[in-house]
Structures are given as structure tokens and as C-alpha cells.
Design a protein around this ligand. Sequence first.
Ligand SMILES: *Cc1c(COP(=O)(O)O)cnc(C)c1O
Length: 398
Amino acid sequence: MPKTEPGGLRRDTILTHAGRHPDENRGFVNPPVYHASTILFPSMAFALGEEVPEGKVYRYGRLGTPTSESFEEAVAAIEGAAGVVSVSSGLAAITLTMTTFLKAGDHVLVTDSAYRPTRNFGNQVLSRYGISVEYYDPAIGAGIADLIRDTTRVIYLESPGSMTFEVQDVPAITEVARRNGILTMIDNTWATPYFLRPFDLGVDISIHAGTKYFVGHSDAMIGAISCASREHYDRIKAEQGLFGQCAGPDDLYLAQRGMRTMSVRLKQHQEAGLMIADWLQGREEVDHVRHPGLPGAPGHDLWTRDFTGATGLFSFVLKDYPKAAVAEMMDHMDLFGMGASWGGYESLILPGRPDKIRTATTWPHKGFTVRLHIGLEDPADLIDDLSRGFDRLRAAVG
Ligand SMILES: *Cc1c(COP(=O)(O)O)cnc(C)c1O
């Protein structure tokens, strides 16, 4: 088996060991959870900032604890990052990274397939501070060169895109960015560092909603920002302090604990997801399936080139059924819950209308787009549930 990581250890081993220090914690396998606001200072000189003691120092709960470090160290190890900053949610990770590197007068290019709250932040906050936000076709590749202005500072990628699952030509875009001195950020929540290593593709900063697969149990919210360079890490860490951003100790603990089993969970999500995607492809009610790991599906070639696996989230486009008929399917599922977020052990279903969101591209499909998160249930039971849903859909149109 080839060694896939620069340090020599393979990724499953890294996930199991990174960020834990039993030798420093009386032998306890798991790192302790430090609940903290005040951390007592050793001296007046320390309080005045005149004396910096030897070794690791902690000053205040918000600024970092052994608990935040444990999670950040684990993410850094699996992604090959120079440094990781943890924050209170995936969205906070996105917004903090944007504000660190953007200022009034700057121009930022954002993929048209981006997670909707990312767009909302661009449209409602960045624009209010005089930053110009422009959306680009996720399929643009090297053509992004035509959109670059003197003021372009950041290119924001998400691959595959939320809801619609276009796979971007990441190296083609980062190559143009590097030539022009532009920073690239990617939302790597879907693949996790387990299935995509953005730094190998020239990306500067990788952003995670750890809420999803790191946590893996739908019971905590956390964000992580991974940086290829120490310089970018230092800037984001400073910005985090200025904004007062931090993650809670129990959420940090749950996220690092979730990472210990992430590889087995992801393999199961992948296998069941592909099985169900393949089954959906044969259904008469389905216009097409949008799962990058499925041969023939949109983005499959780029996915094969750049990714080492697929997680459990994908979508399919229904034929053009009326809303009331689609609701008959959606509203009575037995196993699939309907809700935002994903990455937990349970399956979810979510209807959407990408045509109402996009601005740089048009979404040509008339039917509803349905996003599925395939959990850890037996996929045969999930197929039965979907099958009953399709029966209701067809019955509703008569
Ligand atoms: C959920 C999600 C986020 C935001 O994460 P939160 O922890 O919910 O704030 C960001 N990007 C993608 C792709 C997501 O699915």
C-alpha cells in the first residue's frame, strides 16, 4: 500500500492517532475537555505582557485551549495543513476566512454552485462593506482568467457544489489564481480531507463544516479552516481573535472524537450512496442522477482524476412533476428525515429549486432537485422507502 501522506503514516492511522496525547494525560486515551473562560496568570509581568513563560501558554478560553488544539491538530494532520483554526460553525469558518483576506474595493469570484448561506454572506454582508462579489460558472476551469480584474483578491470554490454537485476543475483554477497572485479557498465539506487533498491541487485554504462528517452524529456544530501556509494561518488566527470567534469545548471534543471513526463511516456512506444512486438511475420518475462517483454522471471524470472517494451526499432531478405530487413523496417518508445539514449516521431528503438561486448560469432542468444524504441504515431499507415514495408520487399524478 502506498504511503499517501508526507509524514509517512497512512490516512486511517492519522485519523486514529492525531491530536491525542495520552502520555500527557495520565494515559487516558481521549483528550480531556477543558471548559474555560478564565485561565489564571502566573505573574503580574505575564498579565502586562512583559513576560512570556517557556512552553505552551494559554491566556483566555476564547483564544485557544488544549481541547481546541486537539481538534485542530487532528484536522491539520489529515489534511496536511500548516495550521488549522477552529470556529463555532462551518458558516463561521467561511465568513471569517473571507473577512480576513478581503477589504473595501476588492473583488471576489464565487462559484455559482456555492452553499446558499455563503452566497447570502457575499450578497448581504461583503457587498455592504464595499466588496464586489461576482459569481462564476462552476464549469469555467481555466476560463476564470477572463473574469480576473486588478482588484480580484480571492477565488472561492466548492467542489462538488451543494445541491447540484458540479465538480470543479480545481487545478486549472488554482493555476490561474497563482499566476495572478490571487488567493484560493475551497469549501471541502463534502469530500473531507479523507477523499480530497486540496493543497495538492494548489488551493491555499480549505474550509470545513465539521458539523457534517467530522462530528458524524448530528449533535454538534463546528467549523475548521485549514491553511497550506503558516502565514495564512497566522492571519486567520489573528482575525479570529479580533472577531471573538471560538468553538465550544464539548463541540470540539465531539468533532475530534467523531474523526476517529470517520474512515469507516465514510466508506459505508460511499458504498450505500453509490448503490442507491445506481438504483435511482433506473427509475422512470428520475430525469438524471447527480452523484460525482457514478459513471456517466456530471463531473465524474474530474472526480475520478482528483478525488479518492465519494461521501453519502448527492442529488437527483425528478421529471417535471407538479409540486403537490412531489410533496406526496417527500412528506411521508418513513426512514428519510427532511432537514438541513447532513453527515450524520441517518438518512435525509431535501427538495430544492436551484433555478431560483443561480445568477451566473441557468439551471435548465424543470423538475424538482432532490438531495439525499445516505446514512448508515441498510441500503435495501432505504431503497424500499424511496420506492414507496415513488409509488405515492405516481399515484398523485394519476
Ligand atoms: C452545512 C454546510 C456549511 C455550513 O456549516 P454549518 O456548520 O452548518 O454552519 C458550509 N458548507 C457546506 C457545503 C455545508 O453543507
